[in-house]
Design a protein around this ligand. Structure first.
Ligand SMILES: NC(=O)c1ccc[n+]([C@@H]2O[C@H](COP(=O)([O-])OP(=O)(O)OC[C@H]3O[C@@H](n4cnc5c(N)ncnc54)[C@H](OP(=O)(O)O)[C@@H]3O)[C@@H](O)[C@H]2O)c1
Length: 303
């Protein structure tokens, strides 16, 4: 099996380099692309012609797109660029996948929903994004569906990774320097490790490729997040409690829960980011771990 991975240095892309490696020949690109035996391979999702040339040169069995425009607030003022990367580029990849008979694996977000209610969203719930990022991600999904290629779209939420900046690391940094912090307490979701996303992707890719007879029926959108739910305030409080339990004394004394309205941002964010993962678990016989498991692992590795 030949796999073309785009966005290899993002949170999820980095973990995918590890998780996909045992499945076959992995050609992994970042935005800069690379010169290889097949010629120059373009990994820049804003270069649509370059992407087409690259997919045709590589002729992969599976395309995994981990690249995205993920700056949620900046997207409000850079709509065109966000749309090109999050919508047009996946659309191009999907059309090329269809021509090749390849699978396209792509990641989307709970931000396709409006965040109303308190129930975990299912794959068939109505979409209504609140911000430009969510709208461009939704358009990407729709273009993939329209292409009629074989696809797996994993919608996830609140992604963190050991590598790079993340909410838990930022909170810990602040908790070592300040005595009081305020954290949003009316947005609820599940922090999702990039390692979990990558490992589940590898399991599912292996599963669909190994079952060519039924694999087209497995094509679809799947919600992928750990079990459980928490607010950003609850997440920060958990990180501080675990860190103290491991013997570190933090400077922070007060962690105040605040509403979203007390922390205005250019992009609106959904209150309800809960994702129902029942479809993924039943179709692929998987069991999602609790969100705390991955966060504890990250905190242990940080020490
Ligand atoms: N992060 C979250 O909380 C979250 C939540 C729900 C869904 N998702 C989805 O999960 C997927 C993976 O996200 P992530 O957290 O791994 O994001 P990330 O860490 O921001 O990685 C995105 C990657 O895309 C690359 N990229 C940006 N513009 C590009 C371009 N024009 N051409 C090629 N690569 C480009 C970035 O490279 P540079 O850094 O060099 O620009 C970066 O390596 C995305 O589809 C995202 O929408 C993320």
């Amino acid at each position: 099996m030949r796999i073309l991975l785009l966005g290899k240095n993002g949170q999820v892309g980095w973990e995918l380099q590890r998780a996909l490696a045992p499945l076959g020949e992995l050609i992994a690109l970042d935005k800069a692309g690379e010169e290889g035996p097949l010629g120059f391979l373009c990994g820049d999702l804003s270069d649509l012609d370059g992407l087409v040339r690259t997919v045709r040169l590589v002729a992969p069995d599976v395309i995994v797109n981990a690249a995205a425009y993920t700056a949620v607030d900046k997207a409000e003022s850079e709509q065109e660029q966000a749309r090109r990367i999050n919508a047009e580029a996946p659309g191009v990849l999907a059309r090329e996948a269809k021509t090749l008979g390849a699978w396209l694996v792509h990641y989307s977000t709970d931000y396709v929903f409006d965040g109303s209610g308190h129930l975990p969203w299912t794959e068939t719930d109505p979409v209504a994004p609140l911000n430009v990022y969510g709208a461009t991600k939704l358009e990407g999904e729709q273009l993939i569906l329209q292409s009629a290629c074989k696809y797996l779209i994993f919608r996830t939420s609140w992604v963190y990774a050991m590598r790079g900046v993340n909410f838990a690391k930022t909170m810990l940094h602040l908790a070592r320097e300040r005595t009081a912090l305020s954290v949003i307490n009316d947005q609820t979701g599940a922090p999702t490790g990039a390692d979990l996303l990558a490992d589940v992707t590898a399991h599912v890719v292996r599963s669909v490729v190994a079952r060519p007879g039924v694999s087209r029926e497995l094509s679809g959108i799947y919600h992928l997040a750990p079990k459980g739910e928490v607010t950003w305030w609850g997440y920060a409080s958990f990180v501080f409690a675990q860190t103290r339990a491991a013997g570190e004394s933090l400077m922070v004394e007060t962690v105040s829960p605040i509403p979203t309205t007390a922390y205005p941002t250019p992009a609106r964010r959904p209150h309800n980011s809960r994702l129902n993962t029942g479809k993924l678990e039943s179709v692929f016989a998987l069991r999602m771990p609790e969100w705390q498991d991955g966060v504890c692992r990250m905190l242990t590795e940080l020490r």
